[in-house]
Design a protein around this ligand. Sequence first.
Ligand SMILES: Nc1ncnc2c1ncn2[C@@H]1O[C@H](COP(=O)(O)OP(=O)(O)OP(=O)(O)O)[C@@H](O)[C@H]1O
Ligand SMILES: [Mg+2]
Length: 356
Amino acid sequence: MSENNENNENDFSSTERDIRAKTFFNKYHCIEKLGSGSFGQIYKAEYNNQFYALKIEDRDNTHNSLKNEAEVLNYLKVPQTPTIVSYGYSGKYNILIMQLLDKSLEDLLDIYKKFSIKTICMLACQMITILENIHTKHIIHRDIKPDNFVMGKDENSKFVYLLDFGLAKKFRSSKTLVQLKLINKKKLTGTARYASINASKGYEQSRRDDLEGLSYVLLYLARGNLPWQGMPGKNKEERYKKILLKKIETTSSELCEGFPQEFEKFCEYCKNLKYEEEPNYKMMKQYFLDVLKKEKLKYDYIYEWSNMGEENQIRIYNQDENGENNSNPSNFENNNNNGENNENQKEKVGCGCLIY
Ligand SMILES: Nc1ncnc2c1ncn2[C@@H]1O[C@H](COP(=O)(O)OP(=O)(O)OP(=O)(O)O)[C@@H](O)[C@H]1O
Ligand SMILES: [Mg+2]
């Protein structure tokens, strides 16, 4: 899977225009930009009439998140995570080639503003299963957020996928199943808006933190917002502190007001999981299946966007190209604005590692 190629590829500048027209590993021709995040940029690439996603990261990036992501994906190979095709470097960039997927849940929320109960329940069951599968393989994701869940393409368009394993980490020994010690590093790893309360306090993460993060993501998608969005503050530390305080003081019943009682049960269960506790994935999925049954809704994989027209698709691509999400990777540590910009709560911090 590894490909290294420094010949005639090491001279491109970092401008999008240059990357877009480039061919990497003498195969993958970049066509258009799909998205960008704290550490990398993602392009659609073509080779042999097949399309791929190409994630590119500066090799100077001390977080080394793309290498971690490639190693984790290569090891995991679980359903509803992207298939890795190739990983290597080219000039001053690390490059990961993977399965091309579709729009993220954040992109879709931009259009639909809120998701229906039916959509939330169908997504929730799949998302819990994905987490169960990666946890079973001793990995935690540590950056659960709507931008990191994307829908599949074509014959896989009914399935949601989890991507972005740059912060993923092995949380226990695969031989002894002994977990890492519960230390407090006093620093958040993940994204403030969706991070669990314990992760926000800087505690070593485990399965419970992925699930609490998922509870915030699902409520965000159902409500269209979270109570701790847009908290003001002089700097990142102050904003993160306010987000955490608001998260602590918001009860599950407040967060889930107006939604089926199973939503509150799910949030409460996730929040109360112990560090080493094996989550009851089956029970959590049953909450959402019960809602579908009670509300006489069919688990038929038909979402709001299943019959999305051409018009909306064009709108999304424009947002990807020009939207707020185009943050400069090198700026993420030095962000000092006043918190009006919600992206500050969505930026991710920390670095991933496979420990043993
Ligand atoms: N395989 C893929 N297929 C299609 N789109 C993708 C793929 N991978 C990533 N994207 C798009 O690019 C966006 C950013 O990707 P990703 O999360 O992997 O990058 P990142 O730099 O780690 O981002 P962040 O720091 O914001 O978490 C995703 O939200 C998604 O919209
Ligand atoms: Mg991401």
